[in-house]
Design a protein around this ligand. Sequence first.
Ligand SMILES: Nc1ncnc2c1ncn2[C@@H]1O[C@H](COP(=O)(O)OP(=O)(O)OP(=O)(O)O)[C@@H](O)[C@H]1O
Ligand SMILES: [Mg+2]
Length: 274
Amino acid sequence: MAQSSVYGENAGRTAVQAGKGIKVENLNAYYGKHLAIKNVSIEFEPNLITALIGPSGCGKSTLLRNLNRLHEVIPGARAEGKIFLGEENILDKKVDSALIRRKIGMVFQRPNPFPALSIKENVVSGLRLEGESNPHKLERVIEESLKRSYLWDEVKDKLDEPGVSLSGGQQQRLCIARTIAVQPEVILMDEPCSALDPISTLKIEDLMLELKKRFTIIIVTHNMQQAARVSDKTGFMLAGAERTGELIEYAETKKVFTSPKEQRTEDYISGRFG
Ligand SMILES: Nc1ncnc2c1ncn2[C@@H]1O[C@H](COP(=O)(O)OP(=O)(O)OP(=O)(O)O)[C@@H](O)[C@H]1O
Ligand SMILES: [Mg+2]
């Protein structure tokens, strides 16, 4: 890694240090009176890709949104339990949620570049919000983030064009560049490929395998092949009659896919429901 790397400049973090892990303890999350996920305890390890799978409505997105405190912005939503990023319980009211969302970035199902911003300004939008204005630093972050998200070669000659002028797959890689530009610890991805064609999907999967060297990655996916291809560990969630989701099984991906402990996991993976 070159000396000039922006990733080397961040105090206390070396160039290839992994992000921190996340430990969830006894998480209950509600929408009003509805208990959407119950008693979820799970540990997401650094340097690994963890996949969350399960039928629609079982609470995968709810769990993900709790991890960076996006759950609480939904009117009537609340949560109980603890979520540790490193040593810090990020559900503690004293913890600044904006700071948490910087440390735990999120990539959504539909690529959502800022429509009014150029490709390069999309990448550094988070840094500009933090007050960064050094043009050399911004240029460097733009180039590095776009290279890291495997987009640089496709856009380096048109950095001033609107982000939304790119294809869907390119826009999603732009959103990943925007997410990594602020050097988060963790990247959450909620069905990041569901709006993409198979080639773009494989590019994002390649990219994830590269990014896990540096970040803790948690991905929600409905695509079993994708979970099997990219993830190291897999969590299977399921909701019962009360529409309350629980974590049914959590283990190494290979184990979950070849010899799950629970019959319900096997039934889901083999396509018998959901
Ligand atoms: N904003 C909301 N307000 C009220 N209830 C919600 C809200 N979002 C989700 N829920 C409810 O919480 C439960 C879990 O939803 P969630 O979106 O987390 O499921 P999911 O596993 O991500 O499903 P999908 O695979 O369809 O995305 C569902 O019963 C859903 O109706
Ligand atoms: Mg969802």
